[in-house]
Design a protein around this ligand. Sequence first.
Ligand code: F6P
Length: 540
Amino acid sequence: MTALIATPAWQALKAHYASIEGVHLRTLFDGDPGRAERFSAEGSGIFLDYSKNRITDETLRLLLRLADERGVAQRRDAMFAGEKINATERRAVLHVALRAPSGTRIETDGADVVPGVHKVLDAMAGFATRVRSGAFTGHTGKRIRTVVNIGIGGSYLGPAMAYRALRPYSDRSMEFRFVANVDGADFHEATQDLDAAETLFIVSSKTFTTLETMTNAATARAWLTGKLGSDAAVAKHFAAVSTNIAGVTTFGIDPANIFGFWDWVGGRYSMDSAIGLSTMIAIGPENYRAMLGGFHAMDRHFRTAPPERNLPLLLGLLTVWYNNFFGAQTVGVMPYSAHLARFPAYLQQLQMESNGKHVDFGGNPVDYQTGPVIWGEPGTDGQHSFYQLLHQGTKLVPCDMIGFCQPLSPLTDQHDLLMANLFAQAEALAFGKTDAELKADGSPDFQRPYRVMEGNRPTNMILADKLDPATLGSLVALYEHSVFTQGAIWAIDSFDQWGVELGKALASRIVPELGRGAEPDLTHDASTNALIRRYRRLRG
Ligand code: F6P
């Protein structure tokens, strides 16, 4: 494969950037009444207005040519065909099979994976229905009122994000909590007011070896058996989701309550696998299937929509445009929905664990920037904290702004206020306020320099009718495939995560050094040795 920066499209984009860099969005809009319509696209229930980006028709043409030269479509087809595109782990990447309708054939290693997916989905639906109806009871015969998901990373962020997002669709007679951190405070706070007889723990872990999850699962078992006075209670209060069925069985979970998935599902791409069991119990199997439908509709869109209308492709290419040509280090994600409060955190893992890489497919160091830092908070909260920097700071922060036309609360007037703010922020970021406009408004001379808003800050406006299960599925798949697009352009493996390993290994070396006995020989660097000694002295 030609080195990225040597490709003709890259070189053309570099030259083109020089001509765009100094052009203001005001100019781009002034001379082009059809711009908003031309630079917008729609698919799978999601509308994207990308006209407030610092692009022209030529930029778009060159970015699409870059996608072509980098073989994004071929790599996408290889993913859908079950090829082992996660080369460093020698695995297929088939999260798209998790939402493929029954009857679709998706093969890897010569076997169709779709029947297995539906078998697990049906088992989850049976279990979820019994828990929701009260047919599944705890050890003492009481119905389950609280579900506690124990898991971290992809085994936590997706379920926690989806529960928050879809709470209006959830069974309000039940409560859902999430324990991720190995800090005992997380488990303690999540359980200290619970009745063990009404609590179901779902231990979610792809590998079933993750330190945090295994520790919290053992704590949960001790808590439960301590409260209910019997080891036999475990069978009625624990379910597990994993690819490591042997590990789960050793833990002692009733085989009837074990839900499997496969090594071709990456942790951060697993919220629609059995890892979504807590989501399914919360919103019911029918809503869960609607969510899978939304995911699948976006998968279809990504495969079939023409490039210039292809939402994930466009979103991914625009990220590359700012990341690699404008030198933007971050992307802000601002959902104008309180229900999407955890969406930026979910996207942080999805994007930063996928594309935070420094070598290419061939194992060679890259000589260009890869994945940006992803961050964000719901609007309007962010407006009253960090938006000042977005508007008048010295850093360029491209933002995705996400909104929904219909509210999920009965307070419709407030929804108009929310949406007014969403549209106003994108307008202010793009067009700012000039000195002349401030003068015309009567702004005093001494203040005007401080009040000038330069504008020319790019945003993507992502709008959907309503935040419902199908829309959430589409939205997540939109970002999954945008991340894929970026990874394909940068020629990096978006599906491994070797960078998390060293910290885990070092922590397991330090654990015994924090034992209560005499201080062991410490052979770390001087700083780490001193920190360990200080901790041992002060921990109480
Ligand atoms: O350490 C990172 C990671 O492996 C993530 O990729 C994953 O989502 C998370 O840990 C949890 O892993 P598991 O589901 O195997 O417990």
